[in-house]
Design a protein around this ligand. Structure first.
Ligand code: ADP
Ligand code: MG
Length: 365
């Protein structure tokens, strides 16, 4: 049985879900390097949903003093620099939990390079700094174990893919030497997405998933040596397929938990990007903006959703839309020279946020 506090939290969560539809947007501002407050980000105290960007504009000729220009944003939740990994995870644990209730769950981290996406999704070095992926996995196994007492049996399959320049790479690949296998995304008659030659690893414990994450990191660091800072220019997609069966009650459920560390969203000046870098830039801009288009099209219940316009959305097709639940983190770097990128990221995230607020109220009419 659930205790009263937990019941209340779930009720609140369900109410939010009804009002909001199936997407939520959380903003997280990382600490300033060297500490102290950000010169241009204001987080109104006692309001966990608002964020204001403020910038002094150069004063015009003939006028004295600076003028301040402010940009107001509001999200489902705003985490300031002092928010711990634990606090952040508490806000999404119900979402993770619903993956065991048969919902597809997709969680993204969006933001410029250095804004804290990997810290949020994977975590930092200390135990307290463990991020969303390991916490989510831990919670899923714990919850599955508890549901075992009610006759449920679960099986789990993990995969970990990198999408770089519109091509896929298996982060769980352990083959030595030779040529790595090539991958293609396939859709079955039952609309299930799979990737050819990809490692789909059965897992039963948290420790096994930790081993897979170590393999993925190993794979990433070998790629890194041939291409500097590749990881910030690729999307990394962790997927846990969950199948549950309750033989006594003759019910089954099937879902996917999908946790994505997106490529850096920063705009690169065309004049500065040549050759490989230009190709990367085009691929990243294309896939991130297509992700926005897909989410917007889903919110507007459009008949055509442009999943196939990028590898990322095609890969995630079955986790986005339908009865899926989506959470987007928009990660923000507080340094003054990040002002422009922060504004871009916040605008992108607001667009995602607002189109769903719009549909939720439209649906109520
Ligand atoms: P990204 O993946 O977006 O490029 P990172 O997650 O690598 O960014 O973060 C950049 C740096 O900032 C890393 O050194 C990381 O440990 C640190 N960092 C990010 N977010 C936080 C946070 N909330 N608290 C403390 N350090 C953080
Ligand atoms: Mg990163």
């Amino acid at each position: 049985a659930l205790h009263a506090g937990e019941m209340e939290r779930r009720q609140l969560h369900n109410t939010l879900q009804e009002l909001k539809g199936n997407i939520r947007v959380f903003c997280r501002v990382r600490p300033l390097v060297g500490g102290g407050p950000s010169p241009h980000i204001l987080l109104p105290p006692d309001d966990h949903k608002a964020l204001v960007l403020a910038r002094s504009e150069e004063s015009h000729v003939g006028r004295t003093g600076d003028t301040q220009k402010t940009y107001n944003f509001s999200f489902d939740r705003v985490f300031g620099p002092s928010a711990s990994q634990q606090e952040v995870f508490e806000e999404i644990s119900l979402l993770v939990q619903s993956a065991l209730d048969g919902y597809n769950v997709c969680c993204f981290a969006y933001g410029q390079t250095g804004s804290g996406k990997t810290f949020t999704m994977e975590g930092g070095d200390s135990d307290a700094a463990v991020g969303v992926i390991p916490r989510a996995v831990q919670q899923v196994f714990l919850a599955a174990h508890k549901l075992g007492a009610q006759g449920w049996e679960f099986s789990f399959t993990a995969s970990f893919v990198e999408v770089y320049n519109e091509s896929l790479r298996d982060l769980l690949y352990t083959g030595k030497g030779g040529k790595r296998p090539e991958h293609e995304i396939r859709k079955s008659a039952a609309n299930e997405i799979s990737v050819t030659n990809l490692t789909y690893q059965k897992v039963a414990t948290e420790g096994q998933v930790q081993n897979l994450i170590a393999i993925a990191n190993q794979n990433r660091s070998t790629a890194q040596t041939t291409l500097n800072d590749r990881s910030s220019r690729s999307h990394s997609v962790f997927q846990l397929d969950i199948q549950g069966e309750n033989a006594g009650r003759d019910v089954r459920c099937k879902s996917t938990l999908c946790l994505v560390d997106l490529a850096g969203s920063e705009r690169v000046l065309k004049s500065q990007a040549q050759g490989e870098r230009f190709k990367e830039m085009t691929a990243i801009n294309g896939s991130l903006s297509n992700l926005g288009l897909v989410i917007t099209a889903l919110a507007n219940k459009e008949s055509h959703i442009p999943y196939r316009n990028s590898k990322l959305t095609y890969l995630l097709q079955s986790c986005l839309g339908g009865n899926s639940k989506t959470l987007m983190f928009v990660n923000i770097a507080p340094e003054p020279d990040s002002f422009g990128e922060s504004l871009n990221s916040l605008r992108f995230a607001s667009k995602v946020n607002d189109c769903f607020v719009g549909t939720a109220s439209a649906n109520k009419k």
